[in-house]
Design a protein around this ligand. Structure first.
Ligand code: GRF
Length: 203
């Protein structure tokens, strides 16, 4: 299966997918990596792996809708079976979702529906939860509200700060992402209501 991965930062989730795809038994390949900004480690990781990259910056477009359409076109050019948002820090809009909704997954460093948005680990730490974690979901029009594919619990240690907690979450997140994407592309999947059903027509 053809994966297009969108990143905005260090790309450790992307790296986990690149490493997994190096194994021929893993039924996917990363055919392109896109970003909303230049000069990030995530793009460097793609280049080192010989994977084509593209950048669509909001400020290069007349408005958000134009950016959303340009992003959708850039992704479509690589004919993805599945789009993976891995640390992508922008909300995709209606044009993107018209084309790739239902086959775009996003990983979030909290246990949805708790702590949506940009500060998941910090919000969990401030709230004082003893267990947080990460969530893989099928992207919908909301903020981290899509149908859940997988979740992994991660303990919060007494001496955690946001960095140590987020690093522990990211360790679980990488494994969750690789395992879940592998199953989804191997078995195919469909979204029915608030449930993801595996099997059926491979995407
Ligand atoms: C991940 O925890 C992702 O869920 C969150 O930011 C982090 C990105 O990490 N949005 P990386 O870019 O994959 O290293």
């Amino acid at each position: 299966a053809r994966l297009v991965v969108l990143v905005s930062g260090s790309g450790t989730n992307l790296q986990a997918l690149l490493d997994a795809c190096a194994d021929p038994a893993y039924a996917a390949e990363v055919v392109a990596v896109g970003a909303d900004r230049d000069d990030i480690e995530g793009l460097a990781r793609a280049e080192r792996a010989g994977v084509p990259t593209f950048v669509e910056r909001v400020r290069d477009h007349t408005d958000r809708a134009a950016w959303d359409a340009a992003l959708a076109d850039a992704v479509a050019a690589h004919r993805p079976d599945l789009v993976v948002l891995a640390g992508f820090m922008k909300l995709v809009g209606p044009t993107f979702l018209d084309r790739f909704g239902g086959r775009t997954v996003n990983t979030h460093p909290a246990l949805s529906p708790s702590f949506p948005g940009m500060r998941g680990p910090a919000d969990a730490l401030e709230y004082g939860v003893k267990v947080t974690g990460c969530t893989l979901f099928v992207v919908d029009a909301g903020v981290d509200t899509g149908v859940i594919v997988a979740q992994v619990g991660v303990p919060v240690e007494d001496d955690d700060d946001v960095e140590t907690l987020h690093e522990r979450i990211k360790t679980a997140e990488r494994a969750m992402l690789v395992d879940s994407v592998g199953v989804m592309v191997r078995e195919g999947f469909s979204v029915e209501g608030r449930r993801l059903r595996l099997g059926g027509s491979a995407s």
